[in-house]
Design a protein around this ligand. Structure first.
Ligand code: DSN
Length: 426
């Protein structure tokens, strides 16, 4: 076949974009080159429906080993009994947990999307809000912190089968113990979606959800810095309490029900090239180098948050415990959408985001979300955060001035030359 220069030219353009700009999207990161190489490997050719040692296809002896390594390494990272590394994404991981423990019409209770939650935590436009009776808790208006009293009150009133914690745009740590307490009181199971802070939890820098939450799900490409994908974990396996059975009517341990929910429940063949890349990323996470990386994320996040506060930016909850911060731009008289568009022109990539109690729609928004996982991978330290806050501020306060935007873009491109990305790729 002829080489598809059209696509490879575009891939090169994307490499250039990633190299020359400042990546502040909180859910993005730069994987190592070996992770990328595994994803571009011959493992993509292999069908392997089933699990290591029990597949529906022949010739799985090698991918059995790569998948088992991914499972073993993930178990070691979080000190857990059960791991499923097959979900194609975080949304699939959440869907599999839901399928394993809920019947259509069952009640779920999660953080509202407009308060920082995620689509799969019961949004009406998502399967989770269509198949299940979804209810939500929020954050306290004055503090921006999760409203645990509201969560407890709703849990007692509704008696949901599943309480979901975790978020996409929440900068503070979670009180998993408190959530488990009310869950036990009302007979609910608890699922923590740690897609955003997983890398910090892996290194003990944030509260550990595993002792308190029956299920923990995550993506693998945010702070975990692996390939795009999902995972499901449990510290301890247990018997399904709701009498949900397998296809033959047998009551099974949750591990079996979760495995069945992923395959054949919601997925067919696992992406073994991505699973091998997950194994590599998990190996990297077990290293001391990654421990330093995770600590640096927190230092950078604190430094960036302070730099914004010093410039009179309004951070929801007044700060951050993790890798991200959510900024309410209403005192700067600019919408999230306009800020995002102006920042992109200066090659600073961040996303508009609703803030709690937002008066604007999800398409416009009053806020913007910044994360430091990707720039920390680029090698930035606390001292570099001032440059970023200055550049962002210049754009936000001059969003209609093309000459200012152009001069910031130039300084951004020069600044990023200090932080090489994939130099091996030429
Ligand atoms: N909601 C996406 C994000 O945090 O960017 C992840 O699904």
């Amino acid at each position: 076949m002829q080489r598809d220069t059209q696509i490879f030219n575009l891939i090169n353009q994307e490499l250039h974009r990633q190299r020359s700009g400042i990546e502040l999207i909180a859910s993005e990161n730069f994987t190592s080159l070996q992770v990328i190489q595994a994803m571009g490997s011959v493992l993509t050719n292999k069908y392997a429906e089933g699990y290591p040692g029990r597949r529906y296809y022949a010739g799985c002896e090698i991918v059995d080993q790569t998948e088992q390594l991914a499972i073993n390494r993930l178990k070691q990272i979080f000190n857990i009994e059960y791991a499923n590394v097959q979900p194609h994404s975080g949304a699939q991981a959440n869907a599999a947990v839901h399928l394993a423990v809920l019947k259509p019409g069952d009640k779920i209770l999660g953080l509202d999307l407009s308060m920082g939650g995620h689509l799969t935590h019961g949004s009406p436009v998502n399967y989770s809000g269509k198949l299940y009776e979804a209810h939500h808790y929020g954050v306290v208006k004055e503090t921006g912190l999760v409203d645990y009293e509201m969560l407890e009150q709703k849990a007692r009133e509704l008696k949901p089968q599943l309480i979901i914690c975790g978020a996409s745009a929440y900068s503070r740590d979670w009180d998993y113990e408190r959530i488990r307490k009310v869950a036990d009181e009302v007979g609910a199971l608890v699922m923590a979606d740690i897609a955003h802070p997983a890398g910090l939890i892996a290194k003990g820098l944030l509260n550990d959800p595993f002792d308190h939450c029956h299920f923990v799900t995550s993506t693998t490409h945010k702070t975990l810095r692996g390939p795009r994908g999902g995972i499901i974990m449990m510290r301890k396996d247990f018997e399904n309490p709701f009498g949900i059975t397998d296809n033959k009517g047998n009551v099974r341990m949750m591990s079996a029900l979760l495995d069945l929910a992923v395959f054949p429940g919601i997925q067919g063949g696992p992406l073994e090239h991505v699973i091998a890349a997950k194994a590599i990323a998990f190996g990297e996470i077990l290293s001391d180098e990654y421990t330093d990386y995770a600590k640096q994320i927190l230092k950078n996040s604190q430094a960036l948050a302070k730099a914004f506060v010093d410039k009179d930016y309004n951070l929801i909850s007044n700060g951050t415990d993790n890798h991200l911060m959510l900024i309410d731009l209403r005192n700067k008289n600019i919408s999230g959408k306009k800020a995002e568009q102006a920042l992109v022109k200066a090659e600073i990539t961040a996303n508009k985001n609703m803030v709690p109690f937002d008066d604007k729609s999800a398409f416009i928004t009053s806020g913007v979300r910044f994360g430091v996982a990707a720039i920390t991978t680029r090698g930035m330290k606390e001292n570099d955060m001032q440059f970023i806050a200055d550049a962002v501020d210049k754009i936000i306060t001059n969003a209609d001035d093309e000459s200012v935007i152009l001069s910031v873009k130039k300084s951004v491109n020069e600044f990023m030359e200090q932080f090489p990305l994939y130099p091996e790729l030429g």
